[in-house]
Design a protein. Structure first.
Length: 192
């Protein structure tokens, strides 16, 4: 055999420069197309998490009201200790809220009334708008006045989601798609 034989070291395997450049270009294209989708995913998850927290607190309030046969109040609270007095119809709940057993049925939290949950103020770009006054009272029957919480972010009203509270005290979620409640929520956000 008179051929040319080249010796190849057993550890001398790898990529050529051309293969490396193709891999880097492909990674760049995937990163550029993936980042906006990931950003939208994170923003949607933040809204979903806040919606789920509102629903969990409404379910807790209803459950405690029925099981303890007492009034339970969920109210807007900037201090996380007391309800905001005279909250207007249709108000921003982004400053937080509290959930407590209202033993004397006055709609305000007194020092002896136990707190069930505290939701501190939101940080970030989310806003929560409630279309009723600054409180929801669950009666011992589990019923409450109807209302609608809308959660939105800087992307605009078309991405907002709402929790609708029926008079039976049961909540459900709905996508807003830019309706009047979503526009009201989006109006709370600072102009960009």
């Amino acid at each position: 055999m008179t051929g040319r034989h080249t010796y190849q070291h057993p550890l001398a395997c790898g990529f050529t420069l051309f293969e490396f450049m193709i891999t880097v270009a492909l990674a760049a294209v995937l990163t550029i197309t993936g980042i906006p989708a990931l950003s939208a995913f994170v923003q949607n998850q933040r809204i979903s998490a806040e919606i789920n927290l509102i629903i969990a607190h409404l379910h807790l309030a209803r459950t405690v009201a029925i099981s303890k046969s007492a009034s339970v109040v969920m109210c807007k609270s900037d201090s996380q200790a007391d309800c905001v007095v005279q909250a207007p119809l249709g108000s921003d709940w982004s400053g937080g809220w509290i959930l407590f057993i209202d033993t004397n049925d006055n709609g305000a939290r007194d020092a002896a009334e136990p707190l069930l949950r505290i939701r501190p103020a939101l940080n970030g770009n989310l806003r929560i708008w409630f279309n009723q006054t600054g409180r929801i009272r669950y009666r011992p029957t589990g019923q409450a006045r109807s209302g609608r919480f809308t959660v939105c972010d800087r992307r605009g009203p078309q991405f907002a989601r709402s929790v609708i509270l029926y008079w039976t005290g049961r909540p459900r979620t709905v996508r807003e798609s830019g309706g009047r409640f979503a526009r009201a929520c989006a109006s709370l956000l600072p102009a960009t």
